[in-house]
Design a protein around this ligand. Sequence first.
Ligand SMILES: [Zn+2]
Length: 376
Amino acid sequence: MKYEIKAFDKKAKSATMETVHGTVETPLFMNVGTVAAIKGAVSTDDLKEIGCQVELSNTYHLHVRTGDKLIKEFGGLHEFMHWDRPILTDSGGFQVFSLAKLRKIKEEGVNFNSHIDGRKIFMGPEESMQIQSNLGSTIAMAFDECPPALAERKYIETSVARTTRWLQRCKTEMDRLNSLEDTVNKEQLLFAINQGGIIDDIRISHAKDISEMNLDGYAIGGLAVGESHEEMYHILDVTVEHLPQNKPTYLMGVGTPINILEAVDRGVDFFDCVYPSRNGRHGHVYTNHGKLNLFNKKFELDKRPIEEGCTCPACRSYSRGYIRHLLKANEMLGMRLCVLHNLYFYNTMMSEIRTAIREGRYTEYKNNKIRTMLEG
Ligand SMILES: [Zn+2]
C-alpha cells in the first residue's frame, strides 16, 4: 500500500492510495453495501457509473447471514459481488454492540445472539480478522468496542484500554492470516480505530497509543452516535493531530454533506455513511440547494430533474414528477433512482473537494457549498 499526500490546504489533505485493487483519490466517500449490495437495487455496474471508488460491506451481517466461508469459496467478496475496486469491511464490532441481543463482553471477546435467528455467536479480535480475511476485503477494520456516547468516564477508560489490547491481537492475527497459503488477499490492510467518547484526554492518549503501533490507516469511531455536531467537530479538532498525518484518516459513519465538509477541513479523508442510500429509499434527495422530499405534493407536476445540470442516471432521463409517481406507487425504480442520485451527489461532492484542496481554495469552496445548501 502506498499513501501519498498530493496537497494540503490548511489541515485539509488530498492523497492517492495505491492498493492491490487499484488506486483511489482522497478525500473519498465509501458507498455502503451492508450485505454486499447497496440497498435500493444498485448494482456494482451502477457504482462504477456514479463514481464510487470504495465499496463498504459489513462483517457482522455477512457472517450471520450467508456466511464468510461461503463467500471465500467464491474467491472472496470481489468475485462474489463482481467488483474489482477496493472494498473496506468493518470489524463487526459496531453491529455486535448495537444490534445483537444479550451480548456479554469479556477480555477474549463478545458472546452474543444473532439478531436474525438468535443463535449464539462468539466474536473477538481473532474471529473478526478471520471473517474479514475470508471476505478478502482490501481494508479490514480492527475489532473494537464502541462505548455508548454518554457512558461514564470509568466505563470508557476500561473499554478503550481493552480496545488497545484487542488492536494488538488483531495485528498479530492479520499478520498470521496474510502469510497463509490459501488466504484470499495476502496484502489485506488493517486500520485501527480511535475511541474515547467525547472525553478529550482519553481520545488523545488513545490516539497516541495506537499511532505507535504502525497500522495502515487510522479511523475515528464512536462519533455520530448521539453527541451534538459541535461536540463531534471538537473531538476532531483535538484528536486528528495526534494520529499519523501520513496515513489515511477515516471518520466512521459520518455523515451529512455539511459534516463531511467540516471534517475534511479538520484533516479527515475517508468517510462512509448510510444517509444517501437510506434517505434515497425514503424519497429524500440531496441537491446543492438543500434536501427535497419527493413525496411532497408540490413535485406532482414538476417536469425538472431532481437537480438541474446533474448528470446522474436519474437526472439524465427522469423528472421529479415521474419519480414522485414511482415512489407513491411503491415501484422499486423510484427508490433506485433516488439512491443513485444521492450517491452520485456525495461522490461528486468528494471530487469537487479534492479539486478545491489541490487548487488551494478549499475554504472558499466549503463556505459557498454550505451557504447554498442551507439557503435552499
Ligand atoms: Zn442526479
